[in-house]
Design a protein around this ligand. Structure first.
Ligand code: HEM
Length: 477
């Protein structure tokens, strides 16, 4: 399986991950994307000459009838955790939303209906859903230490646990009896065994030295240059295996699925926009014509970089940032919200909906369209009190737009003290991977024109799914 390869590639310095010729299933996030809260579920497979990514529609977008389970769960919500958020608008989540369509569609619909700060009463839980840059800034940066962060490596299991009604994983024997728990522990063992092997190897070949020397080391001449090698050499004999494994696990989990997802979505978006793909390929030819890909050349890959961030805007992974208030606080009211804000008690669970922020009609023009060029244009605040608008000049020299430039409207890596530590690495890795891919391959959408039409529209019903195909370009060598 390619997990090992991925684990190794993630620990490599500099970038030695996917290239156009060696795309593996996991490089395109088949696992990660299949649980992405969107209209599409991706499955990929390799055939003789081409790599197929299947984009299967799962959306229904039809109003749903509430069932007795919905009503019972909302009653429970109100009994257990409701009623104490003052004037905050309330959206009532239907339990059937969990099963009938991606949860995040509903969060978006309620955002449009109830405003940028609302309480979601859902099952035995209540959440505050935030889709406003000022409120996001308050939670993530200005008042960050009043909020606890759910473990980042949430991924599927934690994501599932956070929205599931019964804490089944706490039942005695659950890890042996519940199939998804059995699978979870089996997967964990694979990762642990792999990382333990890498740690053992790094320790056996350790060359202890201090940080300054390590930073000056010429990694192009180090046989197995890696972050692990750096950590082991720096920390010396006393380094604790468990701590190392935890660090690597964070890097692996935090960095793998996320990057795989952005590449998958970038490919998917390009498949729907052939003229933009051609424009990207023209840039690649022009830049790579100058020689081997270096940092200086990445600076010239302007359009590819824009594609990466536009893909992250449309399909942020993770789509929600989760926080729990540690003490009582008053959230700003947000756009069109209560001027006095909303008092929230300690222990309130909050979703900062990055997906909603990124597609907010108040913050972006044509929010649902794939327009990489949008990031080049300054956008003034038009009637959103307290928001400074989008201004690239706020971060001079930045290769990619960020939360400063967008004043918390663009948050693919979060913001504040718990912001992603791997953002620049991930963006460059994605830029390089996409460059090498498009240099060698065209991305094609397979299916009838009607199906393409359906994909670009708001409602999607493709019975048999669509396919994006990577086709080797005949005009390049
Ligand atoms: C496109 C790729 C990536 C995306 C979209 C992404 C996104 C994020 C986001 C949104 C957070 C903040 C979560 C929160 O505030 O609750 C985060 C945290 C983090 N990310 Fe990333 N990430 C990516 C790649 C990486 C990579 C490559 C690494 C490491 C090599 C990494 C390491 C981390 C770590 C360690 C944290 C936790 C920081 C903390 O809690 O203090 N990420 N990431």
């Amino acid at each position: 399986m390619s997990l090992t390869a991925t684990a190794i590639s993630l620990l490599q310095l500099p970038f030695t991950t996917s290239n156009g010729n060696s795309l593996q299933r996991n490089d395109f996030g088949a696992v990660g994307i299949s649980k992405f809260p969107s209209k599409y579920h991706f499955l990929s497979s390799k055939t003789k000459g081409s790599h197929l990514i299947r984009c299967q529609s799962t959306s229904t977008e039809e109003p749903k009838a509430r069932n007795p389970l919905d009503n019972a769960s909302n009653l429970l919500t109100n009994l257990l955790s409701g009623g104490n958020l003052g004037s905050m608008p309330i959206a009532e989540g239907a339990a059937s939303d969990l099963f009938s369509r991606p949860f995040f569609f509903s969060l978006y619909d309620w955002f449009i209906e109830h405003g940028s700060v609302y309480k979601l009463a859902f099952g035995p839980k209540a959440f505050v859903v935030v889709s406003d840059p000022i409120v996001a800034r308050h939670i993530l940066r200005e008042n960050a230490f009043s909020y606890d962060k759910a473990v980042y490596g949430a991924l599927f299991e934690a994501e599932h646990r956070s929205t599931f009604y019964v804490p089944y994983w706490k039942f005695p024997l659950a890890r042996w009896l519940v199939p998804r728990q059995r699978k979870f522990h089996k997967d964990l063992k694979v990762i642990n065994d792999c990382l333990d092997g890498l740690i053992r190897n790094a320790k056996e070949t350790r060359q202890e030295t201090d940080v300054e020397k390590l930073q000056q080391r010429d990694y192009s001449n180090v046989k197995d240059a890696s972050l692990l090698r750096f950590l082991v050499d720096m920390r010396g004999v006393d380094v604790d295996d468990r701590q190392l494994r935890d660090d690597l696990m964070t890097m692996l989990i935090a960095g793998h699925e996320t990057t795989a997802a952005v590449l998958t979505w970038a490919v998917f978006l390009l498949a729907q926009n052939p003229s933009k793909m051609k424009k990207a390929q023209a840039e690649i030819e022009q830049v790579l014509g100058q020689g081997k890909l270096t940092f200086e050349l990445i600076k010239q890959l302007k359009y590819i970089r824009l594609i990466v961030v536009e893909s992250l805007r449309l399909y942020p992974q993770p789509p929600l940032l989760i926080r729990r208030s540690l003490k009582p606080d008053v959230l700003p009211g947000g756009h069109k919200g209560d001027k006095d804000g909303y008092a929230i008690p300690s222990g309130t669970d909050i979703f900062v909906s990055v997906y909603n922020l990124h597609r907010s009609p108040y913050l972006w023009d044509n929010p649902n369209e794939f327009e990489p060029e949008r990031f080049l244009v300054k956008r003034n605040n038009e009637g959103i009190e307290g928001w400074s608008g989008f201004d690239p000049s706020r971060s001079p020299g930045a290769l990619y737009p960020n939360e400063i430039i967008s004043d918390f409207a663009f948050l693919p890596f979060g913001g504040g003290p718990r912001k992603c530590v791997g953002d620049q690495f991930a963006l460059m890795e994605s830029t390089i991977a996409l460059t090498l891919l498009l240099q060698k391959f065209d991305v094609e959408l397979r299916g009838s024109p009607e199906e393409v039409e359906l994909v670009t529209g708001a409602t999607i019903h493709t019975k048999n799914g669509l396919w994006c195909r990577l086709k080797k370009r005949s005009d390049v060598h």
